[in-house]
Write a protein that binds this ligand. Structure first.
Ligand SMILES: Cc1cc2nc3c(=O)[nH]c(=O)nc-3n(C[C@H](O)[C@H](O)[C@H](O)COP(=O)(O)OP(=O)(O)OC[C@H]3O[C@@H](n4cnc5c(N)ncnc54)[C@H](O)[C@@H]3O)c2cc1C
Length: 423
């Protein structure tokens, strides 16, 4: 593609951004993909890195390698810090500027603490590979410290794992940590009985998995309790500190606290100076463009639109992919001379959540599946959506190995201080 071809700049190579690039295959365009990380991340399996089931390289791929056969795509490692819609340029935080004809903002979201950002050091959230390996380190270090602790109260705090937020990520983390502690680790320790570890899932609402039907929520609740998870409903956490949490007015001593309770969109709305919702998501036009800027598409977790039978589109991977495909189609049609705006319509395939390594709940709308069959369907779906045969085989083999032997090969404490006294 020549240097004069229509230039599409895609910021963010997550599910949405990559879907745009894929949809523009064979279109008469030049594409620049900018991402602050060098890899595309399969976030749905991130919790399995945090709980030592999978290695980082099994769920992430270098963006540059993914698009290596597309000569019209240039990949840049960089962090976008602002957009100048008048000059049609994005600026990177190192001062570089990149001009575009069409811009796609697909910069996702981060976790949010409802105005309590000071909780983040004590209750990290899960969004990046760094988050996952840091959480894995905290969990494994806590067992190591407990093994050397002689004071009963301090040992109990080290063996108490609190997860805040009963959505799919909180449920998946709680179930996997409970399995790790109660089934996988016991033979490896001499001074502690890891089966006595307490995994507490705190949800402010009336039930876990509120986006699922009440019967599937109830099933997941019972399945988690069967794994030994202590579920606390109806109480919001009012304090997080190095010593633990306060919820429902009561303190709970815990050395590992994980945050799975809220997200905040990337600042795409602030870059463009246009309205956002409470979670910072830019309110896009029906065709996914920014208000008054038909040449700027905003898609995925950083956008909000009521395009699911009048309801907001959920912040999940299939939604980001469908929006990416819609944006790519619109760009192609415009280049062909068809400038009519077509509204985006979201097709929901279903809700999935897994509970440990043997159970899951799936709501396809027309049918609900739960238990072991649901877990197999969940596993097959996730393996199918991974990129590349090597990763599919590696993840399938890792799960099979854990399933049969209970041995999690990714149980490595990396990064920072390795001493049991370190936090
Ligand atoms: C722990 C977890 C579990 C999940 N589980 C599921 C699940 O089971 N099923 C499901 O469907 N969905 C799940 N999701 C949600 C799903 O991952 C998101 O909805 C999806 O990733 C959104 O895609 P996106 O393209 O909008 O953003 P992302 O996939 O988050 O991609 C955003 C990209 O933008 C880049 N970026 C951000 N800011 C900048 C910047 N300023 N400059 C340059 N690059 C930038 C990021 O590095 C990233 O690569 C989960 C999410 C998390 C965090």
């Amino acid at each position: 593609m020549t240097g004069t071809a229509h230039h599409v700049v895609i910021v963010g190579a997550g599910f949405g951004g990559l879907a745009v690039a894929q949809g523009l295959a064979s279109a008469p365009v030049r594409i620049t993909i900018i991402d602050q990380r060098n890899h595309h991340l399969f976030q749905p399996l991130l919790y399995q890195v945090a709980t030592a089931s999978l290695a980082t390289s099994e769920i992430a791929w270098p963006i540059r390698h993914l698009v290596r056969k597309r000569k019209e795509i240039c990949t840049l490692l960089g962090t976008v810090s602002s957009v100048d819609p008048e000059k049609r340029k994005v600026a990177l935080d190192d001062g570089a500027e990149i001009a575009y004809d069409t811009l796609v903002l697909a910069t996702g979201a981060r976790h949010a603490y409802f105005g309590h950002d000071e909780w983040e050091p004590y209750a990290p959230g899960l969004k990046t590979l760094e988050d996952a390996t840091s959480i894995r380190r905290r969990i494994l270090l806590s067992f190591e410290r407990a093994e050397r602790e002689t004071d009963a109260a301090r040992r109990a705090a080290l063996l108490t794992f609190v997860i805040i937020g009963g959505g799919p990520t909180g449920v998946e983390l709680a179930g996997d940590i409970a399995e790790l502690a109660h089934h996988n680790l016991p033979p490896d320790f001499r001074h502690i009985d890891t089966r006595k570890a307490r995994v507490v899932l705190i949800e402010a609402g009336a039930r876990i998995l509120p986006s699922f039907t009440p019967d599937l929520s109830a099933y997941a609740h019972a399945a988690l309790e069967h794994l030994g998870v202590d579920i606390q409903l109806g109480s919001a956490v009012s304090e997080c500190s190095a010593d633990g949490v306060i919820f429902g007015g009561q303190p709970l001593a815990a050395k590992v606290i994980l945050w799975a309770a809220g997200v905040r969109a990337s600042p795409a709305a602030a870059w463009l100076g246009v309205p956002a919702d409470n979670a910072g998501r830019l309110k896009v036009e029906p065709d996914l463009t920014a208000p008054g800027r038909p040449e700027i598409f905003v898609i995925g977790d950083t956008a909000t639109i009521d395009a699911w039978k009048g309801k907001p589109v959920p912040g999940i991977a299939p939604a980001a992919k469908q929006q990416g495909a819609h944006a790519a189609n619109t760009i192609k049609r415009r280049l062909g001379g068809d400038t009519a705006a077509r509204p985006f319509r979201y097709q929901h395939a279903g809700n999935l959540a897994t509970i440990g390594k043997r159970s899951a709940v799936i709501d396809f709308g027309w049918i609900k599946v739960r238990g072991r069959l649901a877990w197999w369907l969940w596993g097959l779906a996730h393996i199918y959506f991974l990129i590349g045969m090597r990763n599919r085989l590696a993840v399938a083999l890792s799960w099979f190995w854990i399933y049969v032997t209970g041995n999690r090969s990714a149980r490595l404490i990396t990064q920072g201080d390795q001493r049991p006294t370190a936090r």
